[in-house]
Design a binder for this molecule. Structure first.
Ligand code: FAD
Length: 394
């Protein structure tokens, strides 16, 4: 965390910024508790009321500058929002998607693009999702083949994206596409561009995937069949989309870390409550060290990952290069979150698998954070290569 020495006069401390956001978040989660989210999941609907309430409380405007209708603040505030939601049992995948998609538009978009595509997301009235993953490319995004071809009126977009969260709810999709085929660029990282695409375009077809994530957002295979995209929807420079994406990546890592931390804490609280009362041999099971130490270790690991997450968020907001820290924070937080849920599962014994106890239901989403939006192996690759200076391994 930022130390007092790093704090400028009149500037709020990191701790205060986190506390303020968490307090505002509680205003929403008290209105829309875990039971509400579970009902949305069971009914297969997006938690629209909760999303709108986040907008009304100004929370969806966090990290968007006030001159663009946002609430200001930075990645640290978004991180605190995500953690606050998850620790109340409301992990919001769509917040990661929106958070990720808005960053390059705010940073590289025109004023008109910010007003059209970002400003209406602040109230929750409009939604933005994000599409980079392709069926054949997977983690290797450079191998994407979705192509946007320039013509006199704009671009024509064709290809496929997979696992696109909330595509059915979104008004726009921020699509990463090639504007130059991989065979025609010197380096595979070149020739990609960012486009805001109207999600309701008749030349877009969506096929729902059967994903078991215990989250209200659904995932889709999205087909783009000669979709016309106006030239003014190109974000940043043609062919330089990767630079725009990199701006989002550290922020995204920290939102994922925050979701894992909050879910881990939520699970541990449930485990402690259960362990203090369940007593098949007469003594509460929480007095047995096999369980107590497992929970204690999970707590210690969550706290360590939390320090790193907020330290990375504060560095990012100060404009420092936070790549190494953000990658390590996501790596550690996602593992700590899973371990905390694992501890809760063990503590609940057989009842962990009774859906009504809502413990096993925490597992798919927290475990997913070790794989998506970026798998932990890629983060280890980053640390190995860029932090330690080892040769590239893949
Ligand atoms: C619920 C859900 C929501 C998602 N939402 C979105 C979204 O909104 N938008 C979007 O664009 N994408 C989204 N994704 C896609 C997600 O980002 C990808 O699933 C993820 O990047 C991994 O790609 P893949 O599944 O093709 O795995 P693959 O690339 O096939 O990798 C499989 C495994 O191989 C290993 N591996 C791969 N490459 C390496 C390497 N270089 N070094 C070491 N090990 C490696 C890892 O263990 C990895 O888990 C979502 C996925 C899910 C499941």
């Amino acid at each position: 965390m930022a130390t007092a020495a790093q704090q400028l006069p009149g500037e709020q401390s990191t701790e205060q910024r986190i506390r303020d956001v968490k307090e505002a978040t509680r205003g929403v989660t008290e209105q829309y508790p875990r039971e509400y989210l579970l009902k949305c999941i069971a009914e297969g609907r997006f938690p629209e009321d909760c999303w709108r309430a986040l907008g009304e409380f100004g929370l969806l405007g966090l990290s968007i500058p006030e001159e663009h209708g946002g609430s200001g603040g930075g990645v640290l505030e978004m991180t605190a929002l995500m953690e606050g939601l998850a620790e109340a049992g409301i992990p919001m995948l769509f917040l990661i998607v929106t958070g990720l998609a808005r960053v390059p538009i705010v940073k590289h978009g025109t004023l008109d693009q910010i007003q059209r595509f970002v400003q209406p997301t602040v109230s929750g009235e409009k939604k933005l999702c994000f599409a980079i993953t392709e069926p054949n490319a997977g983690t290797n995004s450079f191998a994407m083949t979705t192509l946007a071809t320039r013509d006199a009126e704009g671009y024509v977009l064709s290809g496929q994206k997979v696992f696109i969260s909330g595509a059915d709810e979104a008004d726009w999709i921020l699509v990463v596409a090639r504007t130059t085929k991989v065979s025609d660029v010197e380096h595979r990282s070149e020739g990609m561009s960012l486009f805001v695409v109207d999600a309701k375009d008749p030349n877009i077809r969506m096929q729902a995937l059967n994903i078991q994530a215990e989250a209200p957002e659904k995932q889709f295979l999205v087909f783009f069949d000669e979709v016309r995209v106006p030239a003014e929807n190109l974000v940043g420079e043609e062919g330089r989309g990767l630079a725009g994406m990199f701006d989002s990546l550290n922020a995204e890592r920290l939102l994922v870390a925050a979701m894992s931390l909050g879910t881990g804490d939520y699970a541990l609280k449930k485990a402690v409550d259960y362990a203090n009362t369940r007593a098949p041999f007469g003594k509460p099971i929480g007095s047995y060290q096999a369980l107590q130490h497992r929970m204690a270790l999970a707590k210690a690991e969550l706290e360590a990952a939390r320090l790193m997450t907020y330290s990375a968020a504060a560095s990012f907001d100060r404009g420092e290069s936070a790549g190494g820290q953000a990658n390590m924070a996501k790596l550690l937080a996602s593992r700590a979150g899973t371990q905390a849920v694992e501890a809760a599962l063990q503590t609940h014994g057989g009842y962990a698998f009774d859906r009504d106890y809502d413990v096993v239901t925490l597992w798919p989403l927290v475990r997913l954070m070790e794989i998506a939006p970026i798998n932990n192996e890629m983060l280890l690759n980053y640390v190995g290569q860029h932090v330690l200076g080892l040769p590239k391994s893949y």
